[in-house]
Design a protein. Structure first.
Length: 391
């Protein structure tokens, strides 16, 4: 059996144990009802014997009661004053009280019954040993069935949680691999284009770009690749934090995004509004820029095919926090995914990996101790990033 099927097998085993427990308890209920009927008949026969004026009534009543007691299945052994068995019923083995070997076997069984239940001693009648009725013996298995079902469910739940965690990690790693390929793909393709231009003869390259311009663009692409590499270096490591100016952060973001905005057909406009008095935040500029890029990319995906505008603002929320908002006037986020939007694997677009928003929240909340929320809006979607101010 493969590891992926083990949680299902454990859950099935726990369900079967629970089903057997339900069937078994129903069997016990039927047995207890049967015993209740027999007890009622015993009570009726005693009343009938007391009201019967005939001389044979006591003997007849005792015989009837003996038959009813045998139906209860309770093992009973009556011995005389010398310990010799005179009567036995419902023994777990066949015994002839006229056989010496069987008598010794019945006496040994009587001692075992006496260890379980205190025997009843009646002067002149002898000693009565009795055991537990079948219903009581059956009830002893109920706690074990309960513990078994609970243990099976707990083990199945534990394996299912582990399986889901493993699956989620694999999905996250696959999404991160795709994200890294996407992050590096743009500057690499740009560098490949500049290399092709440099290979052209000087007379053909004259109308395209000068060597200093090509060198500047290649330097920008290399800087982008270095930044992407440094982003992934910070994953799973202590993050170095400094005072980060939101205006500088948003200017870098604007420069990167603006050249990638669609301008043909359904165009998208970008407006970045940052007052001069916005205080610096405490954080890592590389990771914060990554989180903001993911928010802007999410807005671009929402506006794809329809066009619209993206508005990025920053201001001081209070004396201790700074707010950065990314708003778009697209179709917004449906109520069905609002509560799970930031979970890994959740995506509002077809074929999406659902890693951008979860990564942005992890950067903001886990790394920087801030908050990333989807604000309630009548139109479009507005994400608010709340970060602590730098001392």
């Amino acid at each position: 059996m493969s590891r992926r099927h083990l949680p299902t097998a454990l859950a099935l085993l726990a369900a079967l144990t629970l089903a057997w427990y339900l069937v078994y308890t129903q069997y016990l209920v039927r047995q207890m009802r049967r015993d209740a009927v027999i007890h009622s008949r015993i009570y009726v026969r005693i009343l009938a014997g007391l009201n019967d004026p005939s001389d044979k009534a006591p003997l007849k009543t005792l015989l009837d009661l003996s038959g009813e007691v045998q139906q209860l299945g309770i093992p009973i052994i009556v011995t005389d004053d010398d310990g010799i068995p005179a009567y036995a019923a419902n023994l777990p083995f066949a015994a002839n009280l006229d056989d010496d070997a069987d008598v010794r076997r019945v006496q040994e069984y009587a001692r075992k019954l006496g260890q379980t239940n205190r025997p009843i001693v009646e002067p002149g009648l002898g000693t009565t040993y009795f055991g537990d009725p079948p219903t009581v013996r059956a009830l002893r298995w109920v706690p074990w069935l309960q513990v078994g079902a609970l243990a099976g469910l707990l083990v199945a739940a534990w394996w299912m949680v582990r399986h889901n965690q493993r699956t989620e990690r694999e999905r996250i790693w696959a999404a991160m691999a795709r994200e890294s390929a996407h992050q590096m793909g743009t500057p690499l393709s740009s560098l490949a284009g500049w290399v092709e231009i440099l290979r052209l003869p000087a007379e053909e390259r004259e109308g395209m770009a000068t060597l200093p311009a090509v060198a500047a663009e290649m330097e920008a692409d290399l800087d982008r690749l270095e930044k992407v590499a440094r982003r992934f270096e910070w994953i799973g490591r202590p993050v170095q934090k400094d005072a980060v100016d939101p205006r500088t952060l948003l200017r870098v973001l604007e420069r990167y995004v603006r050249v990638r905005l669609p301008h043909l057909g359904r165009s998208v406009s970008l407006l970045v509004d940052t007052p001069d008095d916005v205080p610096p935040v405490e954080g890592n500029s590389i990771l914060l820029e990554w989180a903001l890029e993911n928010l802007v990319k999410n807005a671009l995906d929402a506006l794809a095919g329809s066009g619209g505008s993206i508005h990025v603002t920053a201001d001081a929320r209070d004396d201790k926090r700074v707010s950065i908002r990314v708003a778009d006037d697209g179709p917004g986020v449906s109520a069905a995914v609002r509560s799970t939007l930031f979970e890994p694997g959740v995506s509002t677009k077809k074929g999406g990996w659902g890693v951008g928003l979860s990564l942005a929240r992890r950067i903001v909340e886990d790394v920087h101790g801030g908050r990333l929320v989807l604000m309630p809006t009548e139109k479009g979607a507005t994400f608010e990033m709340i970060l602590p101010r730098a001392d």
